[in-house]
Design a protein around this ligand. Structure first.
Ligand SMILES: NC(=O)c1ccc[n+]([C@@H]2O[C@H](COP(=O)([O-])OP(=O)(O)OC[C@H]3O[C@@H](n4cnc5c(N)ncnc54)[C@H](O)[C@@H]3O)[C@@H](O)[C@H]2O)c1
Length: 417
């Protein structure tokens, strides 16, 4: 079978990460690239060609690219999602023969935007993939296989704890809550909420089997609200956290109910942009009756040491670990990050599904459910109370809810001194 021809929108951080992942995937090649900054598109194209990942032709816009590819992947910033999906949908209406469309997390900044894009793609029958890489992580999938007999005899997991933390994003738009959708809850809470929920589903059940019944969450601005860090942010990222702050820490608990047995289970999430260790850390653990698992991506089988005298020769610490904060001392190195974080397997899954004319394992409908939980978490933090997801009034409210932080009114609820 011919590999799927992928067209990438956005040649930034994640577009490049996915290209690295595709070195390990056989059923998808990068046929086209379009990005707002042409030089970045050209740089990615060069990398694609050098590594034999496809023709990597640079196109000046989506409409120009769409007739030369089978699938479009949206790897551009959150604030251009709706317009991009509408451009793709228009192209399909005008005859483009697309097999599917991929969207990176978060699906959208709020439910209104999420519904709009989900309905738009359904209107033209486009198959979808929502990229939530953590569910595809090999440590996540392997513990499921290893503990399957325990799950079957003792019962499914009852408690999960998931965290994704680093020292703060790499591009200014992430820090602007009106563009990104909020702070760390919108940016990384979606990952931890998704993986926590996924793990609680008994083996063999769909990813939305466990019914979310309530959300209790808290958002705070801790490190990046301090005057010296605020100034650094303003100087380096052009974002003023005295005026439009966003949360750099969030934590919460989501309660789920098994619709068949009535069993209650809980998923706790914690995310921060104020993590002061070597770089990005994903942490997950789970407790079942009589068994457990734990994952910590800062534990690697490879550690290196760089003393002060040798530190000057280190050109780029990020080659060792995403969001690296140090270039000397004892360092953790992850030598296959695209695979560790699940990017390889989510691409393979999407390609297989689209080649078979189906949605990927995680469709945009699933992405919309994650958006709903993220919105409920913001609502809980704003109102300082537990949100009852079984209440029909709350369900309606969530459809149009835009968090104060996303509206640029975070100064009303977040502390800055
Ligand atoms: N799964 C993950 O762990 C993960 C990690 C990082 C980013 N992401 C998601 O991927 C998306 C992109 O993030 P990123 O880190 O790559 O951002 P980035 O800023 O590094 O790159 C975005 C790219 O999109 C391009 N772009 C901007 N506006 C555009 C437009 N109108 N048309 C075409 N191209 C445009 C930019 O020039 C840039 O090359 C975001 O939605 C983000 O949430 C996911």
């Amino acid at each position: 079978m011919q590999p799927l021809k992928l067209g990438i929108i956005g040649a930034g951080f994640i577009g490049t990460f996915h290209a690295r992942a595709l070195m390990q995937v056989r059923n998808m090649e990068i046929a086209g690239i379009t990005s707002r900054t042409k030089s970045r598109a050209q740089a990615l194209s060069k990398m694609v060609k050098k590594n034999g990942l496809g023709d990597g032709v640079v196109y000046s816009n989506i409409t120009e690219m769409v007739n030369h590819v089978d699938v479009i992947a949206i790897y551009a910033p959150n604030f251009v999602r709706v317009e991009m999906v509408e451009e793709i949908v228009d192209a399909v209406k005008n005859g483009a023969n697309l097999k599917g469309v991929i969207c990176e997390k978060p699906l959208a900044r709020n439910m209104k935007e999420a519904r709009r894009i989900v309905e738009a793609v359904k209107g033209v029958g486009l198959k979808t993939a929502y990229f939530e890489n953590q569910i595809f992580m090999k440590p996540i999938q392997t513990q499921l296989q290893q503990l399957a007999p325990q799950q079957k005899t003792m019962g499914p997991l009852m408690l999960t704890r998931s965290a994704e933390e680093h020292g703060g994003p790499h591009e200014p738009w992430f820090w602007d809550p009106t563009k990104q959708g909020g702070g760390v809850l919108s940016d990384m809470g979606c990952h931890s909420i998704a993986v926590g929920w996924y793990l609680l589903n008994p083996i063999g059940k769909p990813e939305t089997f466990m019914q979310p019944i309530s959300v209790s969450a808290d958002c705070a601005l801790l490190k990046w609200g301090l005057p010296e860090w605020r100034e650094k942010l303003l100087k380096e990222r052009g974002v003023d956290y005295t005026k439009t702050p966003a949360e750099d820490f969030t934590t919460g608990v989501i309660t789920y109910k098994n619709p068949e047995t009535g069993q209650i289970a809980k998923a706790q999430f914690t995310n921060s942009w104020m993590f002061e260790k070597q770089g990005l850390r994903l942490f997950m653990d789970g407790m079942g009756p009589g068994y457990a698992f734990e994952i910590n991506t800062l534990n690697s089988s490879l550690e290196i040491f760089i003393g002060d005298a040798a530190a000057e020769v280190v050109a780029d610490a990020e080659t060792a670990l995403e969001k690296s904060t140090a270039s000397r001392g004892l360092l953790a190195v992850q030598y296959n990050e695209p695979d560790l974080y699940g990017y390889t397997d989510e691409n393979e899954d999407a390609a297989k599904a689209f080649l078979a004319g189906k949605d990927a394992s995680l469709s945009w409908d699933y992405g919309l459910e994650i958006t709903r939980l993220v919105m409920a978490a913001y609502m809980s933090s704003e109102r300082q109370k537990t949100i009852d997801l079984t209440d029909t009034r709350i369900q309606e409210e969530l459809e149009t809810f835009v968090p104060l932080i996303q509206q640029g009114k975070g100064a009303d609820i977040l502390y800055t001194n």
